[in-house]
Design a binder for this molecule. Structure first.
Ligand code: EPU
Length: 427
């Protein structure tokens, strides 16, 4: 099995560039299905998940080429309407083709995703929303079949809680529905904004970007357009936390600092230096060792929909809190099972107790973690183990690194570029 080996305790210094956002690239790639023709997406990260989405598009009949970070997708002719189990089980975001296929052809068949390492993650909000637009949905042999008799009809859709991919799926279905659709309690994540920009460039009429109420006036048809994927705020946040944990000074370039309001505040609260520039952020970690000024302080976090603290940075921030001074209370409010990293951080010396959806982290100061063999359980849990490994004394060996490769473009190379002693061993 492939492994990542980290020799911890080295500060990070220099510059690292952010890639395009995985969670923006996936819905934007799916959106190309709505309008027949040649679409160009810029700044598309080359990840296991974006490759999976290209495979899903291929099974539907689309053709694509990649040149560097530019991906051209030709959706002129669709030959299928099904996202098969083999692909959906490796990436649940495959369900994002439901909305576009309904908009384009009025029919889609998508394997119902099961639970995953972070929770049950149902798609009932998506399906209820589609039904309100006039779609009949049936579950047959593990597949959701969605069909519309005549055409999609605009309606009012309310989400019990703001679902990111639910909002995206509904938006993509509603753009060509007859009449007006209103999505209430919509997700406000920047990735939703990126999708709205793409759909608008394709001819859609959408009001309320960045708010929790989106109004869509259906148009007859959309046309292909070129769109740029926004920088990956979770990747940026991961590097900021890594530097806070390992020490040193790093500028993360090619990013949008305004997309990380809660993390920046929490890092400052912990005593970490953060300076925001137009398209970059400089972070200065507290040097390790005695007599080098104040220590890292514990702060509490509660994960919330945007602009609250992202659940996708909870595991990484917890790794940081294990080496702070004091007690940090971490509430996970989005997913019911997103503490799989805790047992692995404990193996490295982290003092963490779980009580339901709350983790209490007793920071042990800079010398709190020591290297150990650990196992990655999901994408963001893997990133937290990398951060812990960078901050720990000794050698950390992380297995099951395919999780990391789903969502971080060339992470090992990027970290080596800023001075980390990290390498991949392929077996
Ligand atoms: N929910 C339902 N029913 C639904 C949809 C959601 O009960 O039909 C619940 C979920 O179980 C959860 C909450 O609503 O408790 C919010 O989930 P959401 O639907 O927003 O999550 P998602 O759209 O499936 C996206 C990201 C996740 C990220 C979450 C939360 C993509 C492709 N995925 O998932 O990213 O954690 O939003 O911000 O955009 C990751 O990148 O590691 C990752 C897991």
């Amino acid at each position: 099995m492939d492994k990542i080996i980290i020799e911890g305790g080295r500060p990070l210094n220099g510059k690292v560039a952010a890639s395009g956002a995985k969670n923006a690239a996936l819905p934007l790639m799916a959106a190309t299905l709505i309008a027949p023709g040649l679409h160009t997406l810029h700044n598309v990260p080359d990840l296991r998940d974006t490759r999976t989405m290209l495979k899903v598009l291929e099974t539907l009949g689309a053709a694509w080429t990649r040149t560097g970070t530019e991906v051209r997708i030709d959706t002129s002719r669709l030959t299928g309407a099904e996202a098969p189990y083999e692909l959906v089980k490796t990436m649940r975001a495959s369900v994002l083709v439901l909305g576009p296929l309904l908009a384009r052809t009025g029919y889609a068949r998508v394997s119902l995703p099961g639970g995953c390492a972070i929770g049950a993650r149902p798609i009932n909000f998506h399906l209820r929303g589609f039904e309100q637009l006039g779609v009949r949905t049936t579950l047959r042999q593990g597949y959701v079949e969605a069909a519309v008799d005549d055409s999609l009809r605009g309606s009012v859709v309310y989400f019990d809680s703001p679902s990111v991919t639910g909002t995206e799926n509904l938006l993509m279905a509603a753009v060509t529905a007859e009449g007006k659709t209103v999505i209430k309690n919509a997700a406000r994540e920047p990735e939703v904004g990126n999708l709205i920009d793409m759909l608008t460039a394709m001819g859609a009429e959408i009001q309320g970007r960045d708010t929790d109420r989106l109004t869509i006036h259906g148009v007859r048809r959309l046309h292909p357009a070129g769109t740029r994927i926004i920088p990956d705020r979770i990747e940026v946040g991961t590097y900021l936390i890594a530097v806070a944990a390992a020490g040193g000074e790093v500028t993360v370039t090619d990013c949008i600092p305004a997309h990380l309001p809660s993390l920046v505040e929490k890092l400052r609260g912990a005593g970490v230096g953060v300076v925001e520039h137009d398209t970059a952020i400089t972070v200065t970690g507290i040097p390790s060792g005695k007599n080098k000024g104040p220590d890292l302080r514990s702060v509490d976090i509660r994960t919330m929909p945007y602009p609250g603290f992202p659940t996708d940075l909870q595991a990484q921030f917890m790794a940081l809190m294990t080496i702070a001074e004091g007690v940090s209370v971490i509430h996970e409010t989005i997913f019911e099972n997103r503490f799989m990293h805790v047992a692995e951080l404990q193996r490295m010396g982290g003092n963490i107790k779980i009580d339901g959806s709350t983790a209490i982290v007793k920071g042990k100061g800079r010398v709190g973690l020591s290297g150990a063999p650990v196992m990655a359980t999901d994408l963001r849990a893997s990133a937290s183990l990398v951060i812990a490994g960078l901050a720990a004394r000794g050698v950390t060996e992380i297995s099951r690194i395919y999780h990391l490769e789903r969502g971080y473009e060339t992470m090992v190379d990027k970290l080596r570029g800023i001075g980390a002693a990290i390498r991949i061993v392929r077996e």
